[in-house]
Design a protein around this ligand. Structure first.
Ligand SMILES: Cc1cc2nc3c(=O)[nH]c(=O)nc-3n(C[C@H](O)[C@H](O)[C@H](O)COP(=O)(O)OP(=O)(O)OC[C@H]3O[C@@H](n4cnc5c(N)ncnc54)[C@H](O)[C@@H]3O)c2cc1C
Length: 479
């Protein structure tokens, strides 16, 4: 070994022993404190669980793999308007989210007036088609009844028209299990051919990677749940200044500060409680654990007492939605030059380009986001981040010459590549709702599970809060 390598390796050994010593000290401190509950994950579900437990006088410690709280709530702080790269808006019926915003006096704003201009044009097969011309476009191969609907609205309209559930909770009721089929079968039954399904479902896909891998039962649930949310109040709110202010405020109210950079790789348990093992060597010992790790990451966490087969299978197989966003700043309002509007629904590798309005007024466009979903996300993720950003801009410029040289790409965010998410959120495939939805959140010994994927009556941010509330009740009840 030469002198330079020796110095480098000595420094590495010294650094490693400092880390190990710190982890050791933390392990001892955690054992000495005899925690009641350790919560893994400082997203909305984990923070909600921790606050509920703390309110009950229970000694709870949240540990988090990242160096920030919020998880999949993640505004981009260094971009104009701080666009949300994760959880965007919440509907009128998000009672738990509204209560929490109230508790921390967070100011909210309705985003419905800001989303109206999002899509004024379709970009299909290299052509721009204004929405008003879509019904008569030769590219519109939809049946007569659906010709006036924009392609991205057809599936939702079908779920609405043929809704099979009477309330959101029906989706996990075994009486409805027969509807746990691929949406493709449902569209076929309603008379659509494969080309039409490709146009309105698989182009710029909104859920999953194809009409064959998305459960109809999940989509029916999603539709009726949205209806229920907007029946309470027809709004879509977000926190002024960024949704991260909610998890920040929740974490700030915890007596035990969140421990960051605690990447959990194992959970062991015996009759006295559990030990949570992190990559830096820290071991947290507690009577109960609440685990909110998303399933694509949970796949790699070792349980020394094996999970029941069905729960294990769910964690290993339920897909998460592939999603990559490219966030861009327009140098000029180029959409005024070609009159095509700022938003674009395309069949290109730019996906769905949405205009963000996060300024104080409703009209100023602060940035644009290209949403690449399903296979498009997988394809862009194969490129380097820089090449991915370049590709999206060149795709926009190809179909829209007025945008040439007018876009600066600032961020690319792949949720699949995110080592603490592994995807956007759970997309239950055909047959998976009836097999897994009632099983995946069940406690295993002294480990309780929370997180959006275990929400039963709500989805998204509200589902995360619901799951945290439920897991806290379970854990508190068993102490
Ligand atoms: C692009 C996008 C758009 C969305 N839009 C909306 C929307 O408009 N409305 C809506 O309601 N919902 C939306 N959602 C969904 C919503 O953001 C999530 O459902 C919710 O935030 C999930 O919260 P959670 O606590 O379940 O999970 P997370 O927020 O993922 O929290 C889990 C935490 O665990 C941590 N963690 C993971 N692995 C480990 C490990 N091994 N060790 C330690 N810590 C670990 C993570 O870092 C994370 O902080 C969106 C999500 C995305 C990605």
């Amino acid at each position: 070994m030469d002198r330079r390598s020796f110095i480098q390796s000595s420094a590495a050994v010294a650094a490693a022993s400092v880390v190990a010593a710190a982890a050791n000290a933390q392990t001892k401190a955690n054992k000495a404190k005899a925690l009641d509950v350790v919560v893994i994950g400082a997203g909305l579900s984990g923070l909600r669980a921790a606050l509920d437990l703390q309110d009950l006088g229970i000694n709870v410690q949240v540990i988090e793999g990242r160096d920030r709280v919020g998880g999949r709530v993640f505004p981009l702080q260094d971009m104009p308007g701080k666009p949300e790269a994760g959880g965007n808006t919440f509907g009128g019926g998000y009672g738990r989210i509204f209560d929490m915003c109230d508790r921390f006096k967070l100011p909210l704003r309705d985003y419905i007036p800001r989303s109206r201009l999002n899509v004024t044009g379709l970009y299909l097969q290299g052509q721009h088609i204004a929405l008003k011309d879509w019904a008569n476009s030769p590219l519109n191969i939809l049946p007569e009844k659906w010709k006036k609907a924009p392609p991205f609205g057809v599936a939702d309209a079908l779920y609405h028209e043929y809704q099979l559930l009477t309330n959101p909770d029906d989706w996990y009721d075994p009486a409805f299990a027969k509807h746990d089929i691929a949406v493709h079968e449902f569209f076929k039954e309603k008379g659509f051919n494969d080309a039409q399904i490709d146009l309105f479902f698989n182009t710029n896909i909104a859920y999953g990677t194809s009409s064959h891998d998305v459960s109809l039962l999940m989509m029916m649930y999603q539709e009726i749940w949205f209806q229920t949310m907007s029946a309470v109040a027809p709004v879509l709110k977000a926190v002024i200044g960024g949704n991260h202010m909610l998890p920040d405020a929740m974490a700030g109210a915890l007596k035990n500060e969140v421990h960051f950079n605690k990447n959990v790789t194992g959970i062991r348990q015996d009759k006295n409680g559990a030990e949570v093992v992190c990559t830096d060597g820290t071991v947290y010992k507690a009577k109960r654990v609440i685990c909110t790790i998303p399933m694509p990451i949970l796949r790699y966490v070792k349980f020394d007492s094996p999970l029941p087969e069905i729960q294990h299978e769910a964690i290993q197989t339920v897909p998460y939605f592939p999603m990559t966003q490219v966030h861009m700043v327009p140098k000029t309002e180029f959409w005024k030059d070609d009159g095509q509007g700022p938003g674009m629904w395309t069949d290109t590798m730019a996906g769905w380009v949405m205009a963000n309005r996060f300024a104080d007024d409703d009209n100023t466009i602060t940035s644009l986001t290209a949403w690449l979903r399903g296979g498009m996300s997988t394809r862009i993720d194969q490129l380097s981040p820089e090449d991915g950003k370049k590709m999206v801009i060149s795709e926009i410029e190809r179909v829209r010459p007025a945008a040439k040289g007018k876009l600066e790409s600032v961020h690319i965010k792949s949720w699949v590549r995110d080592p603490f998410a592994g995807g956007d959120y759970a997309i239950w495939g055909p047959g998976q709702v009836k097999r897994f939805v009632n099983e995946v959140g069940k406690p295993h010994g002294c480990v309780h599970f929370a997180g959006e994927h275990t929400g039963l009556s709500n989805r998204g941010m509200e589902g995360a809060m619901e799951s945290g509330e439920r897991a806290a009740q379970e854990a508190a009840g068993s102490l």
